[in-house]
Design a protein around this ligand. Sequence first.
Ligand code: NCD
Length: 306
Amino acid sequence: MNRDLLGIRQLSTDQITDLLRRSDGYFLQLNSIDPFRKSSLLDGRTVANLFFENSTRTKTSFELAEKRLGATSVNLSMQTSSLTKGESLIDTVNVICAMKVDCVVVRHSSSGVPQLLRKHLPDHIRIINAGDGGHEHPTQALLDAATLQAKLGSLKNKKIVIIGDILHSRVARSNMILLNKLGAKVTLVSPLTLTPKYVEEIFGVRVVHELADEIKDASAVISLRIQFERQSRSLFPNLSDFRMRYGLTPLRIMETNAFILHPGPVNRGVELDNEAADSEKSLILQQVKRGVAIRMAVFEWLFEDK
Ligand code: NCD
């Protein structure tokens, strides 16, 4: 059976646990002081990274994972693609496929592009969603869970607070689904204008609009970037007001033992002050390390013979 990773929603709890376990093995290898021995898992395989939206860490992380597993990678970014010359997404993808590609990693500003590709690409080509619009970002949620589990053990009944621009965040969506499947208790803290409608009912989370004491008894806080590029009008008064109400300021982090996560890129001085981003409680660089391990685990899972 051929597999894809289009979203967290499609994964069972067992599959998530399995992916996290596989990634732990890769993480240990990557974290060891011995030089990493390239694996031959993806020998002879070609992976196309189609990034139609800017990305630094996700793209680099996928490329590293591919190289460490022995794949041949080709990169197509928006700026260099024929899309700027008016070629349709499907045309571009057909061209890439004619080059005998085994896997497509896609990031796009429109929700649903990975699903659209699934309909148009031959079955044997695996698809990984590297972030589609405001919809899902499955590898980010997996790496966040791996980072959290490494510190907290089982996430069952652990209070995880997600703060900020939930409305535009695919990271928040994938995280809500995944954390729910692992039994965590998720609280969202966001301005009313940056909170999706019916999010409590759809995702089974708790929603509040004031930070107040919410993080004091939390096991971890996932702070989100304000996604200006996805906002067509102003949804909060100004950045300093946002920081005062929702930012992780030095005072706020002194009041909690919660670990701090952020998918990056961080708007320092808005959602996170330097004291939070660089504190001992910050797991931001752990997330980056876990990211490569998770992506290696995802490739292993996608390409294992079934
Ligand atoms: C996130 C993304 O692009 O969705 N970043 C990432 O993948 N590291 C979050 C963001 O852009 O704020």
